[in-house]
Design a protein around this ligand. Structure first.
Ligand code: ADE
Ligand code: ZN
Length: 321
């Protein structure tokens, strides 16, 4: 229905977008046993958010070399291009790419960047990287991650963010890392308001000063904060299928994305970790059309919002708008 609208995806975890068959194949090649990662039908196995994070990290453990990440980047971008995506931002984690050592990180990055350049030529899809620290790994590791980000900020690495368990620590613990990234010229996003309520978004905005919030949907419980988002133009990277698969909301019709959008909040649509949640970007838009009557005009508006909030240079943005 909305297939002719070119899509922009702002919230995609690179490892979280790995098809199960890709991870399984790599594990076989390397003779690595992956216990408990897959269910009998071959999909990723987990119930609930904590187990999701464990499964995610176990699956990621087979990705060991820059070449593995190059292959993953190609597989993920191929998948996104098939969904009509023309521009995507991926969360990249030095924690998994060389253990936050800047020299090793540069090697992983070079491999991912080269793969992305190839996919731009082959499929016309553009990738930018958002270096992401992991909240439950703690503030010290986040500082090392921020250093990796600051040292490699440029045309490809354009943003810095935080993901992981939102209930671990508090945003202020990560302010130093966000300050370092901002000073290096990176744009900022923070996962908040997926699990931690509206107050978690308030704290993240105050202490980390991002222009975008990953998820952020729980602001719906705080009308004053909703007004603040509208006034300041903070953009939400909303991932409805992820929220429903993880049990943040019980069903599509209970999801607040349409209430937020129609109130004037800048909302965008992404898949987060699509194979984990049995979703694709097309499926997200189909469900939004079925549930809330989203037509081409709304889909165009949401993708225009994404282009305006993208962490890219003005020339790239002009091509997306
Ligand atoms: N890492 C991958 N997916 C995530 C999510 N939905 N929330 C927090 N961290 C994540
Ligand atoms: Zn996420």
């Amino acid at each position: 229905m909305t297939d002719d609208v070119p899509k922009i995806e702002l919230h995609l975890h690179l490892e979280g977008a790995a098809p199960p068959a890709f991870i399984k194949g790599l594990a076989q090649e390397k003779s690595i046993r992956l216990d408990g990662v897959f269910s009998e039908n071959g999909s990723y196995a987990f119930t609930g958010f904590e187990q999701f994070l464990r499964t995610y990290e176990a699956a990621t453990s087979v990705l060991k070399t820059p070449e593995d990440y190059a292959r993953l980047t190609r597989a993920v971008l191929e998948q996104s291009a098939e969904q009509g995506v023309i521009y995507t931002e991926a969360f990249l984690s030095p924690d998994f790419c060389g253990g936050r050592d800047v020299g090793a990180w540069r090697e992983y990055l070079a491999a991912m960047q080269e793969a992305a350049a190839g996919m731009r030529n082959e499929a016309g899809i553009v990738l930018r990287g958002v270096v992401t620290c992991i909240r439950h790994f703690g503030p010290e590791k986040a500082r090392e991650t921020a250093l990796c980000a600051a040292e490699t900020a440029g045309d490809f690495i354009t943003g810095f963010g935080i993901a992981g368990d939102e209930m671990a620590g508090k945003p202020a613990d990560f302010a130093y890392s966000f300050d370092m990234a901002r000073e290096a010229g990176l744009e900022l996003t923070a996962h908040a308001g997926e699990w931690g309520g509206a107050s978690s978004v308030r704290d993240a905005l105050r202490d980390l000063k991002p222009t975008r919030i990953g998820h952020g949907v729980q602001v719906i419980d705080d009308p004053v904060l909703v007004d603040h988002l509208i006034e300041t133009g903070v953009t939400l990277e909303v991932c409805p299928g992820s929220n429903i698969a993880l049990g943040v909301y019980p069903s599509w019709d209970k999801h607040p994305i349409e209430t937020l959008r129609s109130a004037g909040v800048r909302v965008t649509v992404s898949t987060d970790d699509p194979p984990f949640f049995h979703t694709t970007l097309r499926r997200e838009y189909d469900r939004l059309a079925d549930t809330f009557g989203w037509d081409d005009e709304i889909v165009r508006e949401v993708n225009r919002t994404a282009a305006q909030a993208a962490f890219c240079d003005p020339e790239t943005r002009a091509e997306l708008l």
